[in-house]
Design a protein around this ligand. Structure first.
Ligand SMILES: [Mn+2]
Length: 429
């Protein structure tokens, strides 16, 4: 989504997203072509079909149209109702790439503005795709392509999978979910640039949220200020429902009602992410209403922070995130928390850490991934230990986003403070 010219001029303290990079330009047609070729290599002997999101009227009215992230990953195509077919052609079985678009509908322009269609001059060249065809030609294309190979491949999911199985009932069917996850796990330089921007905007939203927390009387005012900060800096939307959880609410992991009055002295979890040009940020900080940690809050906060830092130090190629994997980042966090007997009855803090230590981050806030694949350079993950003690009304989570490098990891959100002294200094100023 572009920032309108007018607001660009008004918010020009420093160059922001829309001036630096538009998603469609930042990822070149050549890169999309490389991604499709990589998928094709993993498809084996199959005709692969991907479908973008369709225009579901009610959904669109509610939140606007957003493209399926797998579809935009391979095409950059942001209009509804499109499909992509990858098929072998001729004797050489070279890759044929075909974009399928809905038929031109002049009536639709009134409601949704002009949309591209198959007979648009120069469209295929611009996209670097061999052919663009109409929706009504899709079945024929797939049927012809299937004459040259055995199988059909697509992402599993009710709509497309069912439709293809109904149209071609005697073909072996191959799910592409794991192959696509494997490709999306490692980010290209252009993706990393977009993620950096999403994180920069998210960090600005956090700072705004902390200030707002000191003057607001309800969680929703803080959420509104964060949303304002995101949108004015060029974010398209939140990458997930924002969490502004004060006091007891901080013990509800996916609390997003954000409608409770703020009481001085309670800790508030702000877990928010901006989506910028299709890429997500995801940062959490825990901040006291009133600007000062109590002794008990500080004790627990510093325990969580120490665990977070230790886990961040362990992020490197070859490491695993998953809960089930021996020696993983998750298990390290649990082990460290087990040694901290800071529960209300001196129980180990590991008893109060119910969720995972982190996840992959990219076009989706929980990006597709295979937990059995070790971390490698170019992967982007979160590290977010938390401790939640309902009987004390204290919930604490601290989350940063990291890029795995050759030698370890770069904390992409390193500029956002998390030390108690820094938080207190900022909140009192
Ligand atoms: Mn997260």
């Amino acid at each position: 989504m572009k920032v309108p010219e007018r607001s660009k001029r008004r918010t020009n303290q420093r160059p922001r997203g829309s001036e630096k990079a538009h998603g469609r330009e930042a990822v070149s047609p050549a890169e999309y072509a490389r991604r499709r070729a990589a998928l094709w290599e993993r498809c084996g002997d199959a005709v692969a079909v991907l479908a973008g999101n369709t225009e579901a009227e009610r959904g669109e009215l509610r939140s606007g149209f957003f493209q399926d992230s797998n579809f935009s990953y391979f095409t950059g195509w942001l209009q509804p109702g499109a499909m992509l077919v990858l098929a072998p052609q001729g004797r050489s079985r070279a890759l044929l790439e075909v974009l399928v678009l809905p038929d031109h509908d002049p009536g639709r322009t009134l409601w949704s503005g002009p949309a591209s269609h198959a007979s648009e001059p120069g469209l295929a060249e611009r996209l670097g795709i061999a052919r663009v065809i109409r929706r009504c030609q899709f079945e024929t294309l797939v049927a012809e392509s299937l004459a040259r190979c055995e199988r059909l491949a697509c992402l599993t999911g009710p709509e497309l999978e069912e439709r293809l199985k109904a149209a071609f009932p005697f073909r072996e069917f191959r799910p592409l979910n794991d192959e696509i996850a494997a490709l999306r796990m490692t980010k290209s330089p252009s993706e990393i640039a977009l993620i950096r921007e999403a994180i920069a905007i998210t960090a600005e939203g956090q700072l705004r949220g902390w200030r707002s927390l000191q003057t607001s009387s309800n969680e929703f005012e803080v959420a509104a200020d964060i949303t304002h900060e995101f949108l004015r800096r060029g974010a398209g939307r939140h990458s997930f429902a924002p969490i502004v959880a004060s006091g007891d609410n901080a013990c509800v992991l996916h609390y997003s009602r954000n409608r409770a009055p703020l009481r001085k002295g309670v800790l508030t979890i702000l877990d928010v992410g901006a989506e910028y040009e299709g890429y997500a940020g995801d940062l959490t900080r825990t901040v006291p209403v009133g600007g000062r940690f109590s002794r008990r809050q500080r004790e627990l906060y510093e325990a969580v922070l120490a665990v977070q830092k230790e886990v961040i130090r362990a992020v490197k190629p070859g490491a695993f995130i998953g809960r089930q994997i021996p020696g993983s980042l998750h298990q390290l966090a649990v082990e460290l928390l087990r040694g901290m007997r800071l529960g209300p009855r001196k129980q180990p803090l590991s008893q109060f850490f119910p969720h995972g230590i982190g996840h992959h981050l990219g076009m989706d806030v929980h990006d597709p991934s295979d937990p059995a694949v070790p971390l490698a350079p170019g992967m982007v993950i979160t590290v977010e230990p938390g401790v939640y003690i309902p009987e004390e009304g204290i919930g604490i989570r601290i989350e940063d986003d990291l890029l795995v490098t050759e030698s370890g990891a770069e904390v992409l959100s390193a500029s956002l403070p998390k030390e108690v002294v820094d938080l207190e200094a900022m909140l009192s100023s």
